[in-house]
Write a protein that binds this ligand. Structure first.
Ligand code: SIN
Length: 495
């Protein structure tokens, strides 16, 4: 047991930090070859915990248990499943402080944001616990007088899930909640950087009475073996993945032989557009939220800020003043708004985007100098006079860098915004109604924020178009991703 004092001493319930994986009904503390990996606090570099590094064989065992458990679970009524999920939700809320603390320690985001994420995650559980009772089918008038047509919805079966490090609580929540609600089982692999949050949720699931085998948590250093097992195991009906477009492509290729069903929430390159009729102060608020949530490490983060010429200088001045006032530090300290980035690779990418932008004529007006707080801290940075030839315009930065581009006309900015293979989210600020409809319809994305910089909620369908993914999470549409439609043609009926 190496669980670090900084974490342990502050927890109300110390049993929520486990150095074990959950395979079917068993907690696995060690693996036969002794392989383990450490979880670090990115703010301090201290080792928080050590976890067993499971293999594809362990994942296969979890799938076998899940297959067995799923059959019984699917037979239970929606009301029954709902009751278990509601109990889990209740425990999730009761343990808010501890779950947020674990999240901040392993991920780095400020404690207030971590609390927000835990509540955001819980909201998916509550939503889908309610939906469990409403998986309705349909009756379609037959195509002949003696025929009736029934449409029924059935759970897909066992689902493999791979989740990212940026939202260790909410990303598993919005996969496991709909899956369990409709009668599926899930074998999940958390990111190696942040497995403790998902394990804590699995402890709470046990306490809520979730039957063994329905939710396994496979801890591993890399996702490659797990991904291969999930895509090749015939007992896995579907894979749901949140992460990079590159890994999404690999899963698609690997799953091709079995025509594996896929839910993919992939990368983004969100445009954030400020038109000349916008409320500029509101646009600055929206840009701060859309850019700097989780230190810029969300796939719906504003990656490119486009401002119409007439209001460019005003926006740049107001926005950069706000960015300059952001407090950077260890997320456990009160008042901190920007935590560390997750690892050295993330820091290197932001630095590369800044250097490339400067080479191509961008001017740094806030930030850029190395932080004295530690190797994973990057000061929030604003670059003005950004242009389309810069790397930051084509690639997702995933860090606290805000480039501001200038544009002249509505058609020009729509073309610029859509000039990317990604299509997750987009934001714009405007007042004119005709303009609002035109731009909302023209943006090639799955989600649009109009006069708001925060669009994530359990009641709306989250997902992208183009190379940003497949399927939707959250809302009533989120349940459909875990259901098959079966149609029954009923003959011999009264003519
Ligand atoms: C993500 O970055 O993958 C999700 C962000 C969100 O749900 O808002």
């Amino acid at each position: 047991m190496v669980v670090h004092e900084t974490l342990l001493s502050r927890l109300k319930d110390k049993t929520l930090v486990v150095e074990a994986a959950k395979v079917g009904g068993k907690w696995v503390r060690d693996v036969s070859d002794g392989a383990r990996f450490d979880v670090f606090n990115p703010a301090t570099g201290v080792v928080l915990a050590s976890l067993p590094a499971l293999s594809a064989t362990d994942a296969r065992c979890a799938v076998a248990d899940a297959k067995h458990a799923q059959k019984a679970w699917a037979k239970r009524t929606g009301r029954d499943r709902s009751a278990v999920l509601k109990c889990w939700h209740q425990l999730w809320i009761e343990n808010l402080d501890d779950l947020a603390l674990i999240l901040t320690c392993e991920q780095g985001k400020p404690l207030a944001e971590a609390r927000g994420e835990v509540l955001y995650g819980a909201s998916y559980l509550e939503w889908f616990a309610e939906e469990a009772k409403r998986i309705y089918g349909d009756i379609i008038p037959g195509h002949a007088e003696n025929l009736r047509i029934l449409v029924m919805k059935q759970p897909v079966g066992v689902v493999g899930a791979i989740t990212p490090w940026n939202f260790p609580n909410a990303m598993i929540a919005r996969k496991v909640a709909p899956a369990l609600a409709v009668g599926c089982a899930m074998v999940a692999k958390p990111a190696a950087e942040t497995p403790l949050s998902m394990l804590a949720l699995a402890v709470l699931a046990d306490r809520a009475g979730l039957p063994d085998g329905l939710f396994s948590v496979i801890t591993a250093r890399s996702g490659a073996d797990f991904g291969k097992e999930m895509t090749s195991n015939p007992d896995v009906a579907k894979i749901t993945f949140t992460g990079s477009t590159e890994v999404g492509r690999i899963l698609m290729r690997q799953g091709a032989d079995q025509i594996k069903k896929l839910g993919l929430e992939l990368g983004g390159n969100a445009p954030f557009i400020v038109f000349d009729d916008a409320d500029i102060d509101a646009a600055v608020d929206g840009a701060m939220a859309a850019k700097y949530r989780n230190a810029g490490q969300t796939c719906v983060c504003a990656n490119r800020i486009y401002v119409q010429s007439v209001v460019y200088e005003t926006f740049v001045e107001k926005f950069s003043a706000r960015v300059a006032s952001l407090r950077v530090g260890n997320g456990l300290e009160s008042g901190v708004e920007i935590g560390p980035l997750i690892n050295a690779g993330s820091v290197a990418k932001v630095r590369e985007h800044i250097a490339d932008a400067i080479d191509r004529g961008g001017k740094v007006i806030v930030g850029s100098e190395p932080s004295e707080l530690g190797p994973l801290f990057v000061n929030p940075t604003v670059i003005r006079d950004a242009t389309s030839d810069m790397k930051l315009s084509r690639e997702e930065t995933f860090g606290p860098l805000a480039p501001i581009f200038r544009f002249e006309t509505v058609d020009e900015v729509i073309a610029l915004a859509n000039d990317t293979e990604f299509g997750l989210s987009g934001y714009f600020y405007a007042r004119d109604m005709a303009r609002i409809f035109k731009v909302a319809e023209a943006l090639e994305v799955g989600m649009v924020g109009v006069n708001t910089g925060l669009i994530s909620t359990e009641v709306a369908p989250f997902g992208g178009v183009k190379q940003s993914g497949l399927g939707r999470e959250g809302s009533r549409y989120g349940a459909d991703d875990y259901l098959e439609i079966k149609y029954v043609c009923l003959g011999g009926q009264a003519a």
